[in-house]
Write a protein that binds this ligand. Sequence first.
Ligand SMILES: NC(=O)C1=CN([C@@H]2O[C@H](COP(=O)(O)OP(=O)(O)OC[C@H]3O[C@@H](n4cnc5c(N)ncnc54)[C@H](OP(=O)(O)O)[C@@H]3O)[C@@H](O)[C@H]2O)C=CC1
Ligand SMILES: CC(=O)N[C@@H](CCC(=O)OP(=O)(O)O)C(=O)O
Length: 327
Amino acid sequence: MSAKVFIDGEAGTTGLQIRQRLEGRPDIALLSIDPEHRKDRTARAEIMNLADAVILCLPDDAAREAVTLVTNPATRIIDASTAHRVFPGWAYGFAELDAGQRAKIAGATRIANPGCYATGAIALIRPLVDAGLLPADWPLFVNGISGYSGGGKGLIAEFEQQTPPPGSHDAFRPYGLTLAHKHLPEIVRYGAIAEAPIFTPSVGRFAQGMIIELPLHLARLPAKPKAEDLTAAYEKHYAGERFIEVLGVEDAAAVQKARAGAAGFHALIDPENLNDTNRLRIMVFGNEANGQGLALALLDNLGKGASGAAVQNLNLSLGLEEASGLE
Ligand SMILES: NC(=O)C1=CN([C@@H]2O[C@H](COP(=O)(O)OP(=O)(O)OC[C@H]3O[C@@H](n4cnc5c(N)ncnc54)[C@H](OP(=O)(O)O)[C@@H]3O)[C@@H](O)[C@H]2O)C=CC1
Ligand SMILES: CC(=O)N[C@@H](CCC(=O)OP(=O)(O)O)C(=O)O
């Protein structure tokens, strides 16, 4: 029998992409609501309590309210919003976090889907902390660039329907300049670090895809790791993970050469390179002469950063093949 799944907010950016990944699957029966009633509490409550799983693709307040509408103890909720990521009783939906996380997701009825930047930042930080290469209280800096779909329908409309101000292409916007981005609490908790990194997100004039960077003064770290030690830690942490690829030192060197003019490798470091997949790529660059390193994660903000991860969590939660509907 197929599992009944309702996507609350199915007409939004994340909801639509989840729908595309689930449509046509014989193991899933999608429940839908008449668009006219999509914000009607009674209609939503009725459909949610019929579902085996509900995926919330709503703003935070609407997601909090939606949770109160679910009274069927068997209904599983996967929340794509920020509302429950560090909330007691919710499993964090990053299956590759550590050896125990998959089982926590599979056993939970409440699953918080990670933020897109947070997925990249945690994917870079946590293995280094676990490997003893990065002390938990080390001061960190994380930098990110996202496609504008990261801001949902509102930001998509702004980039696609408004003309940039005279004298500007509005190609690159740094934001989060209060240095208190909403993804920081989950990065601290699941990165297993003591304090928030200085996080500088930005949005570029491209729709989809993102890069997150973790620069490190390697020679100042107590363990004095080299770039290849970081790569080895990532390879070990993510061994056997089908959705996380760690490019080796040679690949990273090839990318550096490509940046210096050689053709063929630009795509590996293009933020749009993993679009429409649930994959995340990690690369490490280093300069031994000055003792510096840079770990970089590339993913689709709407893929592994949102809809892909939600489908992976849904599969785990319902006991289905983890990679179903995912590339
Ligand atoms: N875009 C991204 O890259 C990522 C987004 N997320 C999170 O996922 C959630 C959804 O984001 P996104 O898809 O980008 O946002 P969108 O703005 O594209 O979509 C939100 C959807 O929710 C609907 N909605 C709003 N309020 C209610 C309500 N009270 N009841 C029912 N439906 C409602 C909206 O309908 P209408 O337009 O008619 O108001 C819209 O269809 C957010 O919490 C976001 O932070 C998480 C990771 C990445
Ligand atoms: C470009 C852009 O605006 N991105 C969003 C993050 C998108 C995301 O990860 O979603 P959550 O909102 O669910 O955490 C932002 O910085 O607020």
